[in-house]
Ligand binder design. Sequence first.
Ligand code: ATP
Length: 383
Amino acid sequence: MITFTGVSKLYPDGTTAVDNLDLTVGTGRTTVLVGPSGCGKTTTLRMVNRMVEPTHGTVAIDGEDVRNRNPAELRRSIGYVIQQAGLFPHRTVLDNIATVPLLLNWGKRRARARARELMDLVGLEHSHAKRYPHQLSGGQQQRVGVARALAADPPVLLMDEPFSAVDPVVRASLQEELLRLQSELHKTIVFVTHDIDEAVTVGDAIAVFRPGGELAQFDHPQRLLAEPTDEFVEAFVGYDRGVRRLSFFPASALSLRDDILVASTGTVADARAVAERTGEPWLLVVDPDRSPLGWVAADSLRRSPAQQTLETAELVGYGHIFTVHTDSLRAALDASVLSPAGRAVGVDAQGAVIGAVSQADLGAAIWSVGESSGSPAEGSEHG
Ligand SMILES: Nc1ncnc2c1ncn2[C@@H]1O[C@H](COP(=O)(O)OP(=O)(O)OP(=O)(O)O)[C@@H](O)[C@H]1O
């Protein structure tokens, strides 16, 4: 646990970078510091490893004031990842990753063996081991940066805008990798970003800073989106916060209709009967494996010959689908908004249709989703 108690940082030119900060960063959790440029995020982060010393107050790790620790020894016990990785340009990938183990006198062999292990962990191919940083893509360089920070297995990891220099697709995959790594390693991570979407994706808890270095709100991601404490936070988290918050609720809670499924081998007459029984304007045609083929409108069935099979019926594309057991309500809503029939198709892991949900039924489910509570330093895990 990292605790900031009454921490302020005034730079000699009179700038207040951090103003009377009280914050507890939970052990084994990812705490994100977010806010507009110049609001003191980096300064706060660097006070943990004594790259910056506070003017007032105390920063403690597991109850011990960091001022009691030797700065060089402290830094070797804390992983540090920065934007554009900050790799040593004249060292190979392997030796970059082995930096801290070598400083800790592990010996070359053991340090390099550990570096190879780390390459596996962060998804880097061993064939890249002898390359120099400039021979890697931006995303690969960031992976090396993360591997280097993890090399000596430090309990605490400081990450300062680690994924800002890569394109959005690579950035999303690095965020996903971080979530996977963290679910295995349970490090105490302090992560700085100015991007609220990134904060919500990677954070178990989010601290929003405002200009002047004040902490505006410290909360669980979904609570931050549901209940911003004031207008500054509300504007910062964005006006689509309601939709974004749906990513915290599983689609598996939806009740899906399967009485509107019709087999492609059936006839128009069969489908008309289903349409009449259910009163639904759209039916979903599925093949013998229950894979979706498309929507057929009840109206168009009236115009088609009764004995024609649905294989030759006029179908409307089903748009994109959601996977019921792994996707969120946000994915289901997205699928329904993009569906020409206004209905989202939910499938199982094999792609077989479980059922469909209309925008109206989704609206009712969204309305009823609850809110969680508790301390952001300890509360429920981010899902
Ligand atoms: N060494 C320094 N001397 C004087 N002022 C500084 C120094 N370092 C940072 N500052 C100022 O302190 C304030 C906070 O800076 P900090 O880098 O912590 O902000 P930040 O939120 O991380 O910003 P960004 O998102 O732009 O990186 C800013 O006004 C900055 O100009």
